[in-house]
Ligand binder design. Structure first.
Ligand code: AP5
Length: 196
């Protein structure tokens, strides 16, 4: 299996690049943001609770997202690998992900972290907010709260994988195609070194 974390702050292009990467490398896309929005759309108790936090730009509790990811891993046996998008977002989530994968005799191969300036992140999300209907894109204050939450609680997840020499930083500015080529270059080198 080849398991990849696509990492970066809100608006760094994780969702955009994930779509292209899963098509090229035949990975199963697991986005905790999408899973949570799906719960909100279905108005489940979990979705109703999560929405209150998400609309303010806060993280939802670790136990909630870990439970969702654990179920998703269990429900997708036989895949060629997972692309985790928006997960893990805390040190606890990273430890738990390692544990869940090791139970399946696999592990994270690489975390690719997209680097984008804060001003560009805000610009992208304000623009998307004009049409997306996502409440957390709705005003700049919430967008900045999401970035603050990332800096405070999530950025450190990189250290967890850097200590294991499993993290690489990718310039996340430029055209979607240019960024995709940079991501693929990292993945291709790794896949050549560790053919499955
Ligand atoms: P989530 O859905 O994960 O959102 P996010 O991290 O805030 O990321 P976005 O979807 O906003 O941005 P992205 O990096 O995917 O960029 P995108 O490709 O969309 O999380 C939402 C919320 O759910 C969290 O705030 C939290 O409350 C909760 N949550 C989720 N996971 C959690 C977890 N593990 N633990 C706890 N809580 C959790 O691009 C953004 C925009 O930029 C788009 O309009 C796109 O078209 C544009 N764009 C992309 N690339 C480029 C480019 N190269 N040039 C110009 N524009 C570009």
């Amino acid at each position: 299996m080849f398991n990849l974390i696509l990492f970066g702050p809100p608006g760094s292009g994780k969702g955009t690049q994930s779509e292209k990467l899963i098509a090229k490398y035949h990975l199963k896309h697991l986005s905790t943001g999408d899973l949570l929005r799906n719960e909100i759309a279905k108005q489940t108790p979990l979705g109703i609770e999560a929405k209150i936090l998400m609309d303010k730009g806060n993280l939802v509790p670790d136990a909630v997202v870990i439970g969702m990811i654990s179920d998703a891993i269990e429900n997708n046996p036989g895949v060629e690998g997972f692309l985790f998008d928006g997960f893990p977002r805390t040190a606890i989530q990273a430890d738990e992900l390692d544990r869940l994968l090791s139970k399946k005799n696999t592990c994270i191969n690489i975390l690719l972290a997209l680097k984008v300036s804060e001003e560009q992140l805000v610009q992208r999300l304000v623009k998307r907010g004009e049409t997306s209907g996502r409440p957390d894109d709705h005003n700049e204050e919430v967008i900045r709260a999401r970035i603050h939450e990332y800096n405070k609680k999530t950025a450190t997840v990189c250290d967890h994988y850097q200590e294991k020499k499993k993290a690489a930083f990718i310039k996340g500015e430029g055209s979607v195609e240019e960024i995709f080529d940079r991501l693929c270059a990292e993945i291709d080198v790794l896949m050549k070194k560790n053919p499955s």
